[in-house]
Design a protein around this ligand. Structure first.
Ligand code: HEM
Length: 525
């Protein structure tokens, strides 16, 4: 090959920089100026396009679950729910045929702190799964812990305000957290988990997931059962002590994202098994809790975990922003054969997700590749910011963007099967559910903890509670005593000791400085 032709080939292989209009960018080092010392000119399209796009690089952060990591993979069904064919409980297609694979995208997250906050903080972890099924998308938007702080959606904004930094100082303050929780005793069980090592999973691969809220499954006859979903990691479960977390945080505040990314790059694909717990639809007056109360566990001996399939994550995103940041999950996104229950939190959540996503990403957020269904979509939606897809592929009459019509356009789909039509009656009211039982299960959870988990729980609680107003401490101790004698006694003793020799520098897990000193003290005792 001659010098000339090899140079030509080299030139042809180069991928040339262009702007978004497709114009080649021939000068990317210097803005356009009068003479080489300026001043600059305003008609400099390349510069203005470059900088003004840069100025808009961020979309609003999620109001909660700001920091996350994501991965692609698949879900494979066993075709059975426990020993029964899946069709007994649900007609959802993704569960029917043994071995059937459905592509998924998963986003793990922390909850309270912002996009680049340390991944070692004491916080629930989000576990959101988008299944791209043949019937459209199903989102299972869960957390690592199987219960939640509150049971009514009305309280969610207050709860999040209390958990976020002080609006005046912008400093994280455990007094705000415990002020809200002590005044909302239904949170006691969740706080018992969060202040134990379960509040700091070692990474995203070694934690459980749970849909938390109660859903329904519906079969061909339109009959429904209540259902809870749980993910069990095949990698095992690993949680951290406060001290271990501080050690990691001192060196790497991205450790969970890094762990997930590197495992997948190395071909060490993480897997989870999906289980369901099933209960007959109804109020279940025989139980001392309400099946629609998301602050309660469904006891495993009464409602066994039934395996339904497994999920494997085997591909990292190509681009963090396009896939992880712009992904949008919501509890309203169900497929035929899956349904809502009357769980008040679930209903409140279902409005909130798509509402915030229209604000966060825009009215056409469902046209983005990461959120788009994996099948043809035929809506009559029009316009909106950043709309770039046209659904009207119909050759019949693309101008008909309404329904019904004699002239063409899309027609209503056939129902899949018999609708589930629960009968509902009652006065419209604003009341709490009757079976609150706020502390009983927290006592059971405490008794099931191993000794090191109990010790961590007490020392973490003492760290944060000891900087709170005495009235908050008193209320919290009453709840602990109600839950379990040992729990109450150890917390009271810990708080008394802290009071007598309290060192103000040892603010705790939700506080702004290290608690390792206090943890060491608790260990010595
Ligand atoms: C994210 C609201 C309870 C799990 C969000 C977002 C909102 C929200 C507004 C941000 C979504 C976005 O910007 O895309 C609510 C409300 C709740 C509630 C109003 C109660 C009434 C829960 C509960 C769970 C949960 C009980 C656990 C089962 C998640 C997860 C995300 C999230 C995992 C992050 C999703 C992602 O990775 O993009 N929530 N939430 N939320 N929520 Fe909730």
């Amino acid at each position: 090959m001659s010098d000339q032709s090899s140079r030509k080939k080299h030139e042809m292989n180069k991928e040339r920089l262009t702007n978004r209009q497709g114009h080649p960018v021939t000068q990317n080092q210097n803005i356009r100026t009068v003479g080489n010392r300026g001043p600059g000119t305003l008609e400099n399209y390349d510069y203005i396009e470059k900088i003004s796009h840069f100025d808009r690089e961020r979309v609003p952060e999620r109001v909660v679950h700001g920091r996350g990591a994501g991965a692609h993979g698949y879900f494979e069904t066993y075709g059975k729910i426990g020993d029964e064919p899946s069709s007994k409980y649900t007609r959802a297609k993704l569960f029917q045929e043994k071995g059937k694979r459905t592509p998924v995208f998963v986003r793990f997250s922390t909850v309270i702190h912002g996009t680049h906050s340390p991944e070692t903080l004491r916080d629930p972890r989000g576990f959101a799964v988008k299944f791209y099924t043949e019937d459209g998308n199903w989102d299972l938007v869960g957390n690592n812990i199987k219960i939640f702080f509150i049971r009514d959606a009305m309280k969610f904004p207050d709860m999040i305000h209390a958990f976020k930094p002080d609006p005046v100082t912008n400093i994280q303050d455990p007094e705000r957290f415990f002020d809200f929780c002590a005044s909302s005793p239904e949170s006691f069980h969740m706080v018992t988990f969060i202040y134990s090592p379960w509040g700091i999973p070692a990474n995203y691969r070694q934690m459980q997931g749970s849909g938390v809220n109660t859903y329904k499954m519906v079969n061909d006859e339109g009959e429904a059962v209540l259902v809870k979903y749980h993910w069990e990691p095949k990698q095992g479960i690993k949680n951290l002590t406060q001290k271990e977390a501080e050690g990691i945080q001192g060196q790497n505040f991205n450790h969970a994202t890094q762990d997930l990314y590197e495992a997948i790059e190395e071909g060490n694909y993480p897997e989870w098994e999906l289980y369901v717990q099933i209960m007959a639809d109804g109020e279940h007056p025989e139980l001392d809790f309400d099946p629609l109360d998301d602050t309660k566990l469904w006891p495993e001996d009464q409602f066994p975990w039934l395996p339904v399939g497994k999920m494997v994550l085997d591909r990292n995103p190509d681009d963090y922003f396009a896939e992880v940041e712009q992904s949008a999950f919501g509890t309203g996104v169900l497929v035929d054969g899956l349904d809502f229950s009357d769980d008040k939190m679930l209903q409140g959540r279902t409005f909130s997700y798509s509402d915030t996503q229209r604000h966060r990403i825009g009215a056409n957020y469902l046209q983005l590749p990461i959120n788009r269904a994996n099948k043809e979509v035929n809506t009559n939606q029009e316009g909106g910011n950043m709309r770039y897809e046209v659904d009207r592929h119909s050759s019949k009459n693309p101008a008909i963007n309404y329904e019904p019509s004699i002239l063409g356009g899309y027609e209503e789909a056939e129902p899949y099967g018999k609708d589930h039509e629960p009968y509902v009656e009652g006065n419209l009211t604003r009341e709490s559910i009757e079976r609150t039982s706020n502390t009983k299960q927290a006592g059971e959870t405490f008794r099931q903890f191993e000794e090191w988990e109990k010790a961590e729980l007490i020392s973490n609680l003492v760290n944060d509670l000891s900087v709170c107003d005495q009235r908050i401490q008193d209320r919290w101790m009453e709840l602990a005593e109600e839950a379990d004698d040992e729990y109450g006694r150890r917390l009271r003793e810990g708080l008394e000791k802290a009071k007598n020799g309290m060192d103000d520098s040892s603010r705790g897990p939700l506080g702004n400085t290290s608690s390792s000193e206090a943890t060491e003290k608790a260990e010595r005792e």
